[in-house]
Write a protein that binds this ligand. Structure first.
Ligand code: TRP
Length: 327
């Protein structure tokens, strides 16, 4: 069974990405044939700066490796190393109606906000490229954050329409996501998202991470009063990373006068630093040696190419193009 997913190199991953997609995706490593990639073609809709594109792409690769992606077990590649996907994208475009794309929540939201390249054809066509990413691997499952589930459903629509038109060729994938991980609160209590500027980024240098944590919004209950942990953003985040034992302890502290939000934030910081001690070292080591990352990516691209060529060949023959392997 094949598990496939991608992540855009538009920033350093934040806790929302981490819990929503990165950790669950890596966890499938022993059970599935995992193929994950840096979605740098997708990032092109918003990142128009070559240095940033390179930096964020390496950052994503280092991040996955730091948190346990095993490059021998899994295939972790860079989308733009395998332009086959853009060929499939074009073919899918020709069986995808404008109406389907106009219903995409992500595109509609960007358009309503009036930013993020919503006027670009690339952002409008984004779900078609994503469908190509998935279908070109015959993926069975697609671990994603909940916001991407609709795109996986659109992928199924495109595959069905293709199969209906040209005969059974493409495999229909299944999205895999966690309902409970949907709303990870950001610094201001709204859903953590890069577009809200309210993220916490685990691989930031300690000082910067601490600054983020210290700016979490809390209420104004005075220090000498018991506090309501259930509605506290610091507690909600703490709970996602601490052991049940630690959670019970901090609940007790919230109930005890004298314990302030500053203390709670410090405890959150400590838990995050503790959890990331080893990943931090691995991350930094890779970031200092981009050549090592490039080796991993090159090897992965070679392995991913095999499957992609096979599916693309099937598609080419189905639509009546010459087989790439025929003489
Ligand atoms: N659109 C996804 C996101 O923004 C990234 C992505 C691109 C992706 N291609 C994919 C995810 C294919 C899963 C499968 O998070």
């Amino acid at each position: 069974m094949i598990s496939l997913s991608g992540i855009k190199p538009t920033s350093t991953p934040h806790i929302g990405n981490h819990l929503g997609m990165i950790e669950p995706a890596i966890a499938l490593q022993d059970e599935y044939d995992c193929r994950y990639f840096i979605a740098d073609y997708h990032a092109m809709t918003t990142v128009h700066d070559a240095a940033k594109m390179r930096e964020y792409s390496h950052g994503i690769a280092a991040y996955f490796l730091a948190f346990g992606l095993d490059p021998k077990k899994s295939i972790f590649y860079r989308q733009s190393d395998l332009p086959q996907v853009t060929e499939l994208m074009w073919i899918l475009s020709c069986v995808t109606s404008m109406g389907l794309l106009e219903r995409a929540h992500a595109w509609k939201a960007a358009k309503d906000r009036g930013n993020e390249g919503a006027e670009l054809h690339g952002l409008f066509a984004y779900p078609v490229l994503m469908a190509a990413d998935i279908l070109i691997h015959d993926a069975d499952v697609v671990p994603v954050g909940k916001d991407q589930v609709q795109h996986v459903e659109m992928t199924r629509d495109m595959a069905e329409r293709f199969n209906f038109t040209f005969g059974e060729t493409l495999k229909l994938p299944q999205a895999r996501y966690s309902e409970t991980l949907h709303t990870i609160p950001g610094l201001d209590g709204r859903k953590m998202s890069k577009s809200y500027g309210n993220t916490i980024n685990l691989m930031y240098p300690p000082k910067k991470l601490k600054q983020q944590i210290m700016s979490i919004v809390t209420d104004s209950t005075p220090i000498d009063q018991p506090k309501d942990y259930a509605n506290c953003n610091v507690y909600k985040l703490y709970k996602l990373f601490a052991t049940p034992e630690q959670v019970r302890e901090i609940e007790e502290k919230y109930r005890t006068p004298g314990f302030g939000y500053g203390h709670a934030k410090l405890e959150l910081y400590n838990v995050l630093m503790e959890k990331t001690e080893t990943p931090r070292k691995i991350y930094q080591d890779y970031m200092d040696h981009p050549d090592l990352l490039e080796d991993v990516l090159r090897d992965a691209a070679d392995r991913a190419r095999v499957k992609m060529d096979e599916v693309l060949e099937r598609v080419r023959v189905a639509v009546g193009y010459r087989s790439r392997f025929a003489r």
